[in-house]
Structure formats: C-alpha cells, structure tokens
Ligand binder design. Structure first.
Ligand code: GAR
Length: 193
C-alpha cells in the first residue's frame, strides 16, 4: 500500500519535483496526493500542472492571522488524507495548533546541518563563520522552528572562493537526493492502511 504524500511549497519547488520524480519508481511505497502552495505564482505549480498532479493554492495574503491561514491549510489538506506532509521550501511558520494536528506526519528540509543555522540565510552564515562544510537536514516538524528530530543529513564541502549562490547550488543538489531517501526511510517505517 502506498503512503499518501502531500507537499507544501512556496516557490520554485525543485525539492517537490525531486520527491515526485522519485515516487514514480515502481518500488517506492508512496505517492503524491496533493501539491499545496501558499503563493499563487509559485514556480513549482507548473510542474504539478504538467504532471497532472492534484494541486491547490491557499494564499496566505488573504488571511488576517496565522491561525486563520493554518486553519485553511488544514481544511485543504484534510480531503487528501495525507500520511506524510513534506514541507519543501514552504516559507511560512506554522502555528503550534497546526503542528499538533499533524504530529508525526510533518517533515521539513532545511539547508544547513542542523542544529547549526536554523532560520534564514544559512549559506551566508556558514561562509561568514569560515566553515569548511555545510549541508542539509530532513527533520520532523515540531512547534519550535527547525528543531525536530533529525531523519537524515547530507554533508557538502565549502570550497575556497565559494559564494552563497555557489553553495546554494551544491546544497540543493544534495537536497534532491536526501529528501527522497528520507521519505523512503519514513514510509518504510510507517504502515498506512
Ligand atoms: C530549499 O533549499 C530548502 O532547503 C529551503 O528552501 C529551498 C527551497 O527550494 N527551505 C528553507 O529554507 C526552509 N527554512 P525549492 O523550492 O527549489 O525546493
């Protein structure tokens, strides 16, 4: 039985498409059931359309509070009955109430070796600190930002002369392998009926 996977995006959606491409494999025990964006113009929606995947937009600018937006997000997700919700470049902080409703099902990818550099500007911060390596982390989502249990990490070297853009490209490539591997690990552990 395939686990049902919803993917939340805000932008380009390259991690979302990497997950969806991986799920095309016959032996991958998961399938995408909903792509959800908080931005109507998110580039990743084009992939969803081209692939004929179910997608929805819940535009956060139409809501007066985080709680109201998260309630709408919850209602958009419910009919899809996801076993796992992958945050893939979803750039909204989720309220504790929302996170509690989906506890154990929410995972995120973050462009640093957590617990180092939670939050934004991770590449600049790694370069500024003179680090010789950085990477990416897939982790469970808890109410505290970028703090949940780690599912997997990939390390990426920082080379002399690297710019934040160069690092971003290298880390993103690692993300595209790490996220599907972690999803496979996760759905291998759970047994949806
Ligand atoms: C990814 O690098 C992801 O790790 C990061 O946003 C990018 C989205 O790219 N997420 C965060 O920074 C979350 N705090 P994508 O839209 O091409 O997948």
């Amino acid at each position: 039985m395939s686990a049902r996977v919803a993917i939340l995006i805000s932008g380009r959606g390259s991690n979302m498409s990497a997950l969806c491409e991986a799920m095309k494999a016959d032996d991958f025990p998961a399938k995408p059931v909903l792509i959800l964006s908080n931005r109507p113009g998110a580039g990743g929606l084009e992939y969803a359309k081209a692939e004929g995947l179910p997608f929805a937009v819940v535009d956060h600018t139409g809501f007066e509070s985080r709680a109201a937006f998260d309630a709408a997000l919850h209602h958009a997700l419910m009919p899809a009955q996801p076993d796992i919700i992958c945050l893939a470049g979803f750039m909204r902080l989720l309220t504790p109430g929302f996170v509690e409703k989906w506890t154990g099902k929410l995972v995120n990818i973050h462009p640093s070796l957590l617990p180092k550099y939670p939050g934004l500007n991770t590449y600049q911060r790694a370069l500024h600190a003179g680090d010789t390596e950085t990477g990416c982390t897939v982790h469970h989502v808890v109410p505290e930002m970028d703090a949940g249990e780690i599912i997997g990490q990939a390390r990426v070297p920082i080379r002399q002369g690297d710019t934040a853009e160069m690092l971003e490209t290298r880390v993103r490539e690692a993300e595209h392998a790490l996220y599907p591997a972690c999803l496979r690990k996760l759905v291998g552990q759970s047994s949806p009926d």
